[in-house]
Design a protein around this ligand. Structure first.
Ligand SMILES: NC(=O)c1ccc[n+]([C@@H]2O[C@H](COP(=O)([O-])OP(=O)(O)OC[C@H]3O[C@@H](n4cnc5c(N)ncnc54)[C@H](OP(=O)(O)O)[C@@H]3O)[C@@H](O)[C@H]2O)c1
Length: 420
């Protein structure tokens, strides 16, 4: 018996909410609150029409405002808040959860909307100098809440999507069941899907394009090695998808895994992109459309990447058009009982099957299911401890079991081809 407040009603939220409704033993009441309440109402009507035991309510909230969030949380009195709006809202939602003494779960770590803000920029530049990676997002902002959550006896579970999220659970599972020591981790994110548009992103375009146009980086012997965007390319033959070009990116779980598994010698992250996607992205970047700094246009201030988002297809609408499969997982090397070992833990997800089940494409699906699982484990008390944590810091077994149960079955290959 629990009440969950979900913030956001985009592609990922719509999957997470529908999956919560499939898990009505855990979630008995659910509030969907977002900037555009019409989307929340439309989703509630869709779910109620299909039939659900969960009592649904909706609200409008501006999640940039701590005061609005606090009023909503005080009025609804949830057991936990699942934040599946944007990373820009993470700190405001965490503040509100602390003020109301409620547990917190999200899928992506904080990054600022305004990267020109001088106060933020000074802290960012210090971090770049100290740590050696230039991504706009990092865990320091949310880890800084560790003591406050601990003192309040609350749990904040960060990054419970697929990557980050499941990839870190795979790491904890590999460490628990397969290795005495893990030496290397390669996280491989392959989307073999085709939506038929010349250019579209599979999750929020602003967040996605910021991430993939940035410098790459990886951890080696405890130090960050930074690369130019798309500088490191490999080809990998993905089970059930086939051969794809993949590129090394900076990704947030590298930071958390590097901290929590300091013995691992190298952690890298690769994502697949087709040549057409990269050519479109380069062209948009070259003309300034990926810029996050406002420009004046006919007397208005507009942020180019936000304008571009308005032109691109809504990722939540791609479900019916997308065919093909995703394959996301981790290749681990290391040792067990004195012998060398390598394993590959991955999930394959079919875009059309996701669409038939929930009307969504596989990227929203593979993020929304783990968001529900993270929230369920926190409210059930299985993943409950005071402080701020990532998904590799709990017992992976119940999470792995729920992945199988809720549509993301995984495979362990004990003799994978390694990435060079
Ligand atoms: N870990 C992973 O594997 C993974 C993978 C993909 C995505 N993600 C994360 O998942 C999150 C959601 O992505 P998405 O693709 O679902 O994005 P999306 O489709 O753009 O949805 C974002 C939702 O948040 C709402 N929102 C934005 N600003 C808000 C505000 N100030 N107050 C209240 N609501 C607000 C939006 O409202 P409107 O409807 O009014 O726009 C929309 O409903 C992002 O943080 C993304 O980084 C994680």
């Amino acid at each position: 018996m629990s009440r969950l407040l979900v913030i956001g009603c985009g592609g990922v939220a719509q999957v997470a909410i529908q999956k919560c409704c499939q898990n009505s033993e855990t979630f008995t009441e659910l509030m969907i609150a977002s900037r555009t309440e019409e989307k929340c109402i439309a989703l509630r009507e869709k779910i109620e029409k299909a039939g659900t035991a969960v009592k649904l309510e909706t609200a409008r909230v501006n999640a940039d405002s701590v005061d609005e969030l606090v009023s909503l949380i005080r009025a609804y009195k949830p057991d936990a808040v699942l934040n599946v709006a944007l990373p820009y809202q993470d700190l405001a939602v965490m503040e509100a959860c602390l003020a109301c003494k409620v547990d917190y779960i999200d899928t992506a770590n904080y990054e600022p909307e305004d990267t020109d803000d001088p106060e933020w920029r000074a802290i960012y530049e210090k971090r770049v100098r100290e740590k050696g990676f230039t991504a706009y997002f990092d865990y320091s902002w949310q880890w800084a809440y560790g003591e406050k959550f601990k003192e309040a006896n609350l749990t904040a579970l960060l990054g419970s999507g697929f990557d980050p999220g499941v990839t870190s659970v795979f790491t904890a599972y590999a460490a628990k069941h397969y290795f005495d020591v893990i030496d290397t981790i390669d996280i491989l994110d392959c989307n073999g899907g085709d939506h038929g548009y010349p250019f579209a992103t599979n999750f929020n375009p602003e967040i996605n394009l910021r991430e993939v146009s940035a410098n790459g980086s990886y951890l080696e012997n405890g130090r960050w090695v930074e690369t130019k965007p798309m500088e490191i390319k490999r080809v990998y033959d993905f089970p059930q998808v086939g051969k794809k070009d993949m590129y090394l990116l900076h990704h947030e779980e590298i930071e958390a895994l590097g901290r929590n598994f300091p013995e691992v010698k190298r952690i890298r992250f690769f994502m697949t992109f087709g040549q057409s996607y990269l050519t479109h992205m380069k062209c948009l970047e070259n003309v300034g459309m990926l810029s996050t700094s406002p420009v004046s246009f006919e007397g208005h201030k507009i942020v180019p990447i936000q304008f571009l988002k308005a032109l691109l297809p809504d990722p939540a609408s791609l479900g019916p058009r997308t065919v093909g499969k995703t394959n996301i997982g981790c290749i681990f090397t290391g040792r067990k009982d004195g012998k060398e070992r390598r394993i590959y833990i991955y999930n394959v997800c079919d875009h059309q099957e996701c669409c038939r089940e929930l009307g969504s494409q596989a990227i929203s699906y593979t993020t929304g299911v783990p968001a529900m699982i993270g929230a369920a484990l926190v409210v059930k008390g299985l993943w409950k401890k005071p402080g701020v944590f990532t998904t590799d810091e709990f017992d992976p077994d119940p999470y792995m079991e729920m992945l199988n149960q809720y549509g993301l079955p995984w495979v362990v290959d004990e003799n994978p081809v390694l990435v060079d």
